[in-house]
Structure formats: C-alpha cells, structure tokens
Design a protein around this ligand. Structure first.
Ligand code: G4P
Length: 535
C-alpha cells in the first residue's frame, strides 16, 4: 500500500518534450509556459540564455565559444497544482543523438509547427521517435498572428507527411495575417486575440464568449462568424472526433492554434494538455510493467554529460525516475550488476543552472554525479530489485567520417577516447571489416558532434585527430540472419560493422537505399537499432 502523499506527488506530475524544427518557436513557447507557471516573471530570460548564456554557463568551452547549448536540459514548473517537467531537445547545429534519447525519457510530446512552413524535416525525425514509443503527441500550430497555410491544408499535411490524424481542439478565426482569435470546439467559446503593450512579456487577458453572444457580436464582424460556422460544420462532419483514448495512445494528435510570441492560446493549451495527459504511466521492464506509484524506487539513465565543469572533469548522468520516491543520499542498486550505490549529490536543472535537491518523484529528472559508473540505459532501483527497463534504441547517424590518430604514438589514448565517447553516446563507431584496430568510422547525428569529438580528444585524452569526412548520409541495420556478402548493392554503398560487430550498410542517398531493397527481395533495413544499449 503506497502512502497517499506519494500518490499525490506522482499524480500531479507531467513530463514532456517539445519537438520542432528550428525557428518554429520552441524557445518562445517554453518561455511562455514558464511564465504562466510563475517560474519566470517576465519572458525573455530563456531567450537571453539561448543567445548569451556563456555568462552563466560553466559547461563545455565549445558551448561558450559558440553561445549554444550542446546538451539538453530539464525545466520544472508548477501550474494549477501540477508539477511539470519540460525536457529541452537541442536543435539547430547541436542536434544530436541526445535529442532523440531525451524523447525516451518523456511521457508525451508537444510538436510545434510554424503555420507558414508546415511540417519541416527535423520535426519529422523527432516525430518518428515519439510515434515509435506510442506517446501522446500534442500539436501547437504557432505564429497565427502572421500569414500562414490554410488550417485544413495543415491537417492534411500532418496526416500525409507524419501519418497521424489530427483533431483540432480550437480553430482559428481569420488567417493570412488577419488573425482574430480561436474558437474552442470543446468549450464552445470564442477567445479573441488582442495584443498588448508588453509584446508577450506578460500574461494576456482575453475576451471570451459563446459564438452568438452579444460580447462577441460587439467586437467580431459577422463575416468571421459565418465563415467559422461553415468551417466548424465541415470539421464536425468530416474530421476526426475528439477521442481521449486515441490521443493517449498516440494515435490521434489534438491540434491547437496560437501565437507563442503573443501568449495567445498558451494558457488554454496548457490547461487542456494537463487535462488530456496522464501522470507517469507504468514503464516496461524485464519483470513486466513497473507502476509509477510504488514503494519501489526506480529510474534509468538517459543521458550522460561529461565535462559539465571542466575544472573538475566531472560527468553528470541524467536519470529519469520511473517509480517511487527519490531521496538525496539514498542507496540504490545498479540492477544489471547488483552493485550498490549511494546517490549523494543529486541535482535538478533549470535551463543551465543546477541546484541540489533533497527529493524527487516518478516523472522527475535528476542529475547524478557520475564517477564513471553509469552507462546509458542503466536501471537504478531500490536494493534487492533485479528488473531492467527496456534498453534505449540507437538512432541512425547522418554524418560520417573516417578517423585516426595523426600521431602514431598516441594511438592507444586515441582508441580509448573514441571508445569512451561512443560508450557515453556522444558518437557512434563503425569499423570496416578489414580495418586496423585504431581506425574507426565515426557517425554522428549532428555535425557539431565532430567538433565536440575533436575538442574532447584534445582536452581529455591529449590526442589529436585526423578526420576525413565520408559521403554517406544513411546507415541501415539489417536483420540478424542477413548474409551481407551476398547482397546486390550499388557501387557507392559500403558495408561496415557497428559497435557490437553486427553488419550495417552505409548509403550515400535515398536512391541507393531504394535500389538495395528493390534488388534484394526480402531485405529489411532499419534506421533504428533496438536493444543495442543494454541496461
Ligand atoms: P526555436 O526555439 O524553435 O528555434 O524558435 P524561437 O522560439 O527562437 O523563435 C524563432 C523566431 O520566431 C523568433 O524570432 C521568435 O520571436 C519568432 N516567433 C516565435 N513565436 C512567434 C509567434 O507566435 N509569432 C511570430 N510572428 N513570431 C514568433 P527571431 O526574429 O528569430 O527572434 P527575436 O528577435 O524575435 O527574438
């Protein structure tokens, strides 16, 4: 029997990641959510960090030089009695495998779409990871204050490109730069858009009313109402009805229209998001699902960040708590080895700032000091537990380089450094079947990781690197029983081995992938490797 306090603490928790293509408005929306949650008083602080956080950051030198965040962070705020964790997914040049892995720790995702641009490439990649996990995906169509695509076309695009049907929760009134507000289809209320002097720095007060109410008629011209009625009738007749079970199963995305910059639609989005989502649900483990509300504490490591403080060469392992209560100084077992550990310096993160914490609950993320004992995917649990959570999948890198030590006297450090960075998940390594032991093909999701690799080899392993970029853009894993030597492949295609020694195929373009599948009946190619990072 778990205590009612534990139950209360866990039931009020919600953990999500925001996925989007750069510039769709992720930073702006995050900031507005923090504003509504009272975590910040005026918008502008997250943004300021994004462009100038070298002032507060003691993270990797490379971050300081570039003024960007190489790592994902976690933000927590409270709203309406809920405790909400937002996992930041790095974008831009710092897009990396970490971005994907962060999604493994989230219980749901908010997908931001720029109304004018529609579904963009990075959104597609991130969406696929969420879809694979079957987590609920909420769509926020942003920048409604500007001219954008027709909302019906956006619904169609989401279905055609992402393969998920949508159900608009609200519907825009007046598009193409003539934005008047939204109609909430569930509450049957119109919410009128009104900018204020603060340009979104403060919370917005909105005029609300039923479609045919005098308050609305007083400010909204009849032609807007006529068009709204026509469009909502069409939606009611031809669109997907609201279905909470499908939303929670990740089969239907509730769609919201708004303008993060102007705070419009942010609060109503947040309220509905909290209503539609569930607290942390049971996580699959080797001993069946582990309920979040449990006296047994458990969690898994989803990210390892080295060098957070270059002066100390420290590593921080980020743990997602899956069940029970976490307490500073508690002893847990690393379930794959049975080793006992005392977790003495837990930290919580607010953007780049960290603070020591005393306790945390299922749904929360905690940073643990890592003296080198943690691996990605490790399960930590109350002593005596033996279960392991599902392993974290390996996602296909998109940039490749052949690397070796320029100085033959440094080969040993070089191999050690590259292998350790691969173990941390910063890079992936592949080998050509007949290559020398110190020669690797390195694969990364974002090109910045090459610079991170170079920097860290120089700073932590005291070795240089020669890095020859390769033309491949795709790696595909094959089914275990495939005899790769018998495959018919186009001339630019290359066979290599992954870290576990399993064969992979490197392709330069999508055409050669198609050629391979067309010319080798029965060949299955996968861009995700499940179960490779063993817990
Ligand atoms: P990101 O984190 O997804 O990369 O996007 P970010 O929030 O930084 O937003 C990208 C740009 O889009 C910013 O403009 C931001 O102000 C703008 N933006 C965000 N939400 C809205 C919106 O609802 N309406 C409009 N019209 N613009 C929006 P910027 O010019 O790059 O930066 P700034 O100078 O405005 O800060």
């Amino acid at each position: 029997m778990v205590s009612s306090d534990l139950q209360k603490q866990i039931e009020c928790r919600r953990t999500f990641a925001i996925i989007s293509h750069p510039d769709a408005g992720k930073t702006t929306l995050t900031e507005k959510l923090l504003l509504y949650g009272g975590a910040i008083r005026e918008a502008g602080s997250v943004k300021a960090r994004k462009s100038a956080h070298h002032a507060v950051s003691d993270w990797m030198e490379i971050e300081k030089q570039r003024g960007i965040s190489v790592t994902s962070s976690v933000m927590q705020f409270e709203f309406d009695g809920y405790k909400i964790n937002i996992l930041d997914t790095p974008g831009h040049q710092d897009f990396s495998e970490d971005t994907y892995r962060t999604l493994v720790a989230a219980d749901s995702a908010v997908m931001i779409i720029d109304a004018a641009k529609g579904v963009e490439p990075q959104t597609i990649k991130l969406f696929r990871v969420c879809k694979m996990r079957g987590i609920p995906i909420f769509t926020f169509v942003n920048k409604l204050d500007r001219a954008g695509k027709n909302p019906f076309d956006l619904m169609e695009e989401i279905e055609n490109v992402l393969g998920i049907r949508s159900t608009p929760i609200n519907w825009p009134i007046g598009t193409d730069g003539d934005f008047q507000g939204v109609y909430d289809r569930l509450d049957k209320q119109i919410e009128l858009y009104a900018g204020d002097e603060s340009h979104g720095a403060r919370k917005l007060s909105v005029i609300k009313g039923a479609v045919d109410s005098p308050e609305i008629a007083a400010v909204l011209a009849p032609h807007y109402i006529e068009r709204l009625k026509e469009e909502t009738e069409l939606l009611d007749a031809a669109g997907d009805p609201f279905d909470l079970d499908k939303i929670r199963a990740g089969e239907l995305t509730p769609m919201f229209f708004g303008s993060a910059m102007n705070n419009f639609g942010v609060e109503s989005f947040l309220k509905k998001y909290l209503r539609f989502t569930l607290p942390p649900t049971p996580r699959v483990s080797s001993e069946g699902p582990i309920p979040a509300c449990s006296d047994v504490f458990s969690g898994f490591i989803f990210k390892i960040q080295a060098n957070m403080n270059p002066a100390h060469h420290d590593r921080v392992a980020f743990m997602r708590i899956c069940s029970g209560r976490f307490e500073k100084g508690m002893t847990v077992t690393l379930t794959n080895t049975g080793k006992l550990l005392k977790l003495s310096q837990p930290q919580q993160f607010m953007a780049q700032e960290r603070e020591l914490i005393e306790e945390a609950y299922a749904g929360d993320m905690v940073g643990l000091f890592d003296p080198g004992v943690f691996h990605l995917g490790d399960t930590l649990a109350s002593p005596g537990s033996r279960f392991t959570f599902d392993s974290i999948p390996v996602f296909a890198p998109e940039h490749f380089a052949r690397v070796y030590a320029p100085d033959s006297g440094k080969r040993k450090q070089f191999s050690k450094g590259v292998s350790q960075l691969a173990e941390e998940g910063a890079i992936q390594i592949f080998r050509e079947p007949d290559a020398a032991r110190e020669e690797f093909i390195v694969g990364v999701v974002g090109v910045l990781q090459f610079e991170v690799l170079e920097y860290r080899l120089a700073n932590e392993y005291n070795t240089g690197i020669t890095l020859d970029r390769l033309p491949y853009r795709f790696v595909r894993w094959v089914a275990e029983d495939t005899d790769v030597t018998r495959l018919k492949l186009s001339s630019s295609t290359h066979i290599a081995l992954d870290e576990t020694g399993s064969p992979v195929i490197l392709f330069e373009n999508e055409w050669s992938i198609r050629w391979a599948t067309e010319n080798n009946p029965g060949l299955t190619l996968s861009d995700v490797m499940l179960g490779r990072i063993k817990a």
